[in-house]
Design a protein around this ligand. Structure first.
Ligand code: DAU
Length: 336
């Protein structure tokens, strides 16, 4: 696996994965295919400007021509590209289907045609729906939202390419992820950056929803473990076991920044909002996955990163169409 194609490599988890691979010299060459839509950002890969191990191709995974150019000479594809925000997919389900389902089909076709060694699909715990217990890998897929339903569809096509064409596929179902370079529409970076600016922190419903939080460095490591050591045809749960109530996460952020809880606003809930995610991760643990379980320390470190990298997120938040228009449209009708 000398040459990796990382789709969505300018996004949050994708760029962190590319950084890990190049810093640790886990591959000789990485091609990134990224559409640079609102969340893709070449600044995330600035560290490798001028590094000829990294090749960038601009394009969507739904675009056969772009995929052909990017996929021709690689050994494996890792698909990080997605429309990944639940709230945006509620406003525009079709965009989620285009990227999370149609795009996966185009990539699978290329992997088959070019006889790639492996194809890894970065998926999500959300394909299972919501649970009071734990999601296990054999559980039914019962997604509740347009984003997660489209991701589940993508996974099913991956499975079909394995069963029908013998493609060596792998799937990772990652839990909620946080860390450096996360677009500030997701819970943690949104709350951190709003709090820095003393802008209200919008908490959906009663704020008692539970998520399993994993640092992006662990997410990247877990994906690489599955790529190299996973059993083709299998889907791997990938989480940390760190379950936290949303409101406690938000209060932790405010405490880390020395800001008051009065900034919190309970706003109208997200429709179809999953109450709780938690996964059993025996299979990936058996491959040697050992995530950091000190969530509070990693959260503080993450808050510090946003404090120290203010120009990075301020440039994003200043964008009228990509950022502010969505924020206005989504949050305007959710006042508490
Ligand atoms: O579980 C993995 C998934 O985690 C990934 O597949 C998704 O791409 C990723 O976006 C994330 O989905 P969530 O919907 O859980 O993440 P988000 O950061 O949007 O929200 C986390 C929790 O915080 C969720 O219960 C909704 C809540 N929330 C979120 C926002 C943006 C709020 O209460 N207020 C907010 O303004």
């Amino acid at each position: 696996m000398d040459h990796l194609l990382v789709t969505g490599g300018a996004g949050f988890i994708g760029s962190n994965y590319v950084r890990m691979v190049l810093r640790k010299e886990l591959a000789k060459k990485v091609t990134v295919l990224d559409a640079l839509t609102y969340a893709g950002n070449l600044e995330n890969l600035k560290e490798f400007e001028g590094d000829d191990r990294l090749v960038f191709v601009h394009g969507k995974i739904q675009d056969r021509e772009a995929v052909d150019i990017a996929a021709k000479d690689v050994d494996v594809i890792l698909n990080f590209a997605a429309e990944s925000h639940n709230d945006r997919a509620i406003l525009d389900p079709d965009a989620a289907v285009q990227a999370n389902f149609n795009g996966v089909c185009v990539l699978l076709d290329a992997a088959r045609r070019y006889e790639h060694q492996r194809f890894l699909q970065v998926s999500t715990d959300e394909v299972y729906g919501s649970t009071d217990d734990m999601f296990r890998e054999g559980d039914a897929l019962e997604p509740n939202q347009p984003y997660s339903a489209a991701k589940a569809g993508g996974e099913l096509m991956v499975r079909a390419y394995h069963e029908t064409f013998g493609l060596q596929t792998l799937v990772t179902r990652g839990s909620n992820t946080y860390g450096q370079f996360q677009y500030p529409e997701k819970l943690i970076p949104l709350m951190v950056t709003n709090a820095i600016d003393d802008i209200p922190l919008p908490v959906y419903g009663d704020g008692q929803q539970v998520r399993e939080w994993m640092h992006v460095d662990d997410h990247a490591r877990g994906i690489d473990l599955v790529l190299r050591n996973g059993v083709p045809g299998k889907a791997y749960n990938l989480g940390s076991g760190c379950e936290r109530v949303n409101l406690d996460v938000v209060k932790g952020i405010l405490a880390a920044l020395g800001k008051p809880d009065t900034l919190i606003r309970n706003v109208q809930d997200r429709p179809g909002h999953d109450r709780r995610y938690l996964m059993e991760c025996k299979s990936i643990r058996a491959l040697g996955f050992d995530p950091d379980v000190n969530f509070e320390a990693r959260l503080e470190e993450t808050v510090k990163w946003y404090v120290e990298n203010e120009p990075w997120w301020r440039r994003i938040k200043e964008k009228k169409v990509e950022y502010q228009a969505f924020m206005d449209q989504w949050y305007a009708n959710r006042r508490g």
